[in-house]
Design a protein around this ligand. Structure first.
Ligand code: 6R9
Length: 632
């Protein structure tokens, strides 16, 4: 189980083997798990047809691999350490045995409430062990969990519940994040007004504030588990049965429900966790992501448990009660592996270095980065001040759709280079494409990043919309999976991700579609039309710039901006609020009515010297007006 690639030579050998004989490679990986029945066929389907399958005929339950399998060997080992929002609040550790019991209890509760294999269950919760228990209990009974980030609005929650027809919602009374209180149950109540599919709500107590109660629908978690048995026989699943749905933003329309499966996702997250981080028996691993994103799914929940690792669940924020919090937690638990986002690093490097120096970080062995490109300055600060110049940084490139890490150094194995995700993991075959759909060979080149050969963790579909799945990922470059990212391959063959080439923004590592934000802003009675672009932001990586045309001008810009913020927070989430707003006479549109975003991007970035060819615009004079205008 703890088989690692542990030298660069070995990496190269294994990589070659994985390309020459992918099936043998993945057979070997999959063979390290407990299957109730071995698979008949390692892999079928193609990117051309968008019908990928892995380990068909295999029967398993992922929670038996996360929990039951460990009971005789590491039952008393810590699975999770819970670090609450406030450092003085109650913290606890949970062993693998306790976690197994808790999951079994809650699995029994879910079944007693009528949840069956294949049913969808929405989870909208604080970052506590109960969130993990809820998800694992779903997996244990074969229900499909759909975790919704607890920063999303009632409307966003409702949309996600409606899209997958969830039967149940599991939530908290509320949560605290830093100084903020988020009334999760109130938000849930509002969302559920438009969600007839949900007939049960389980509420886990966290803030003890007053909440409304719907008799017959709502039930307390703590009362339900009180008499539930701690024994539960896991439900047998097919390898290709869905394990979970996770919604993510694309360039058009509503968020897409990415579907990950029981077998392939399990093999892939476990394999990537083990080899990228190189976590050993006694190590303490900490990923600061939220379980509402894919990083939380793959590298807090499934990856670490599948490997029997001890990891931290953190409820708080990097700056509460002060900007030393992350380092205080590293010191307190002797964290060995620390995995966070470039945004967090950029925010914390602006603070007094005393916040770092106060703490003993000598336990750290490996640092990780995920979610967005890490700029060299942040990389060096992370390396020098947090890693004391001694810890390899694994800059892990991947996506919600890929299930797990795709291009990344293996800690201590792959020589790193600041700003580079370096090399593909064995089993992953990246390629760069030019505008005409031709592969760009050789090194020292740049293009659109695609993947050639299917891997077990790739999304199997968009919930309820396979057509959109094929269009989004497999149409631009037939026969390949298109990532939506631009990428450079340098002289050494190292990969550097340059960012999205589509209309997806990456704000503080959060993925947002420009169309979603535009639609929200369009709801304002004054707004005629909005166009959103990203611009370089020194902490968030990318900031949100909203250009818009308005009826009869705006007399109080600050009030108007606040109205726009409130609207976006209500419809999507506070994370989608525009940083800058500019009201314009007209948007730069082509004769066919398409907004030329390139122009808006230049203006937003303050790069207006060369606006390129504007001759296809319906009215080229709007460009001068936009350049002369003012943002606030
Ligand atoms: C895991 C996750 C995916 C998008 C992806 C890319 C960006 C993620 C990155 C990175 C540069 C890295 N991204 N990791 N860019 N270097 N190490 O973040 O999934 O939320 O789906 O976002 O994030 O643009 O396409 P997701």
């Amino acid at each position: 189980m703890w088989l690692n690639i542990d030298s660069f030579e070995e990496y190269k050998e294994v990589y070659e083997h994985s390309v020459e004989n992918p099936e043998e490679f993945w057979d070997h990986e999959a063979g390290t798990f407990y299957w109730r029945k071995r698979w008949d066929k390692t892999h079928s389907g193609s990117f051309k047809d968008g019908d990928i399958k892995w380990f068909e005929g295999g029967k398993l339950n992922i929670t038996e691999n996360c929990l039951d399998r460990h009971l005789n060997t590491i039952g008393n080992k810590t699975a999770f350490i819970f670090e609450p929002n406030h450092p003085d609040s109650f913290r606890r550790t949970i062993t693998y045995r306790q976690l197994h019991e808790d999951v079994c209890r809650f699995a029994n509760v879910l079944e007693s409430k009528g949840i069956e294999k294949g049913d969808r269950v929405a989870i909208y919760m604080a970052m506590t062990p109960e969130l993990m228990i809820a998800a694992l209990a779903c997996a244990r009974i074969g229900a499909v969990h759909s975790i919704v980030f607890a920063g999303f609005s009632a409307q966003s929650l409702a949309e996600r519940i409606q899209d997958c027809d969830a039967k149940m919602l599991i939530t908290n009374d509320g949560l605290r994040r830093g100084e903020k209180h988020v009334p999760l149950k109130d938000i849930s109540d509002e969302a559920l007004e438009d969600c007839p599919s949900v007939n049960k709500v389980i509420v886990c107590q966290r803030t003890n504030r007053d909440i409304d109660w719907v008799e017959g629908r709502d039930e307390w978690w703590h009362l339900l588990i009180r008499n539930a048995s701690k024994e539960h026989e896991a439900v047998e699943m097919d390898a290709e049965d869905p394990l979970f749905i996770l919604y993510t933003s694309g360039s058009t329309g509503k968020p897409k429900g990415q579907v990950h499966t029981c077998g392939g996702y399990m093999v892939y997250t476990s394999y990537t966790f083990r080899n990228v981080f190189q976590v050993e028996e006694e190590d303490i691993y900490w990923c600061t992501a939220d379980a509402g994103w894919i990083t939380g799914h793959s590298y807090i929940l499934y990856g670490p448990l599948l490997n029997g690792a001890s990891s931290i669940i953190f409820e708080g924020t990097p700056t509460y009660p002060d900007p030393g919090r992350l380092w205080e937690v590293c010191d307190k638990y002797n964290v060995t592996h620390f995995y966070t986002s470039p945004t967090a690093i950029r925010a914390l490097m602006k603070e007094d270095i005393e916040y770092v120096n106060k703490y003993d970080l000598s336990s750290l062995k490996v640092l990780g980065s995920v979610g967005e490109p890490i700029n060299e300055e942040a990389w060096h600060w992370y390396h020098d001040h947090i890693g004391n110049g001694q810890c390899p940084i694994v800059d892990t490139w991947w996506q919600t759709e890929t299930g797990g890490i795709m291009i990344s150094p293996l800690a201590g194995v792959t020589p790193t280079k600041p700003g580079f995700a370096t090399l593909p993991l064995p089993g992953i075959q990246p390629a760069l494409m030019d505008k005409n759909g031709k592969e760009i060979e050789g090194n020292g080149v740049q293009g659109n990043l695609v993947i050639k050969h299917p891997w077990p963790g790739v999304t199997r579909g968009i919930w309820g919309n396979q057509e959109r799945y094929r269009e989004t990922y497999f149409e631009d470059y037939p026969g390949f999976y298109f990532t939506g990212d631009g990428c450079r391959r340098d002289e050494d063959g190292y990969y550097r991700i340059t960012g999205r080439v589509d209309d997806v923004l990456n704000v503080s590592g959060h993925r947002l579609g420009t169309a979603e934000i535009e639609n929200a802003i369009d709801e304002h009675p004054k707004v005629v039309e909005a166009a959103i672009v990203g611009y370089p932001h020194d902490v968030k990586g990318e900031g949100i710039f909203a250009f818009m045309t308005c009826d009869d001008g705006v007399s109080k810009p600050e009030t108007f901006k606040k109205e726009i913020h409130d609207l976006v927070s209500k419809i999507i989430s506070p994370i989608a609020k525009p940083d800058k707003i500019q009201i314009v006479e007209g948007l730069p549109k082509t004769r066919s009515g398409k907004i030329m975003r390139r122009i808006l991007r230049n203006v937003a970035a303050g790069e207006t010297d060369d606006m390129g060819d504007t001759s296809t615009l319906l009215d080229p004079t709007v460009v001068d007006e936009i350049i002369a205008g003012k943002a606030y």
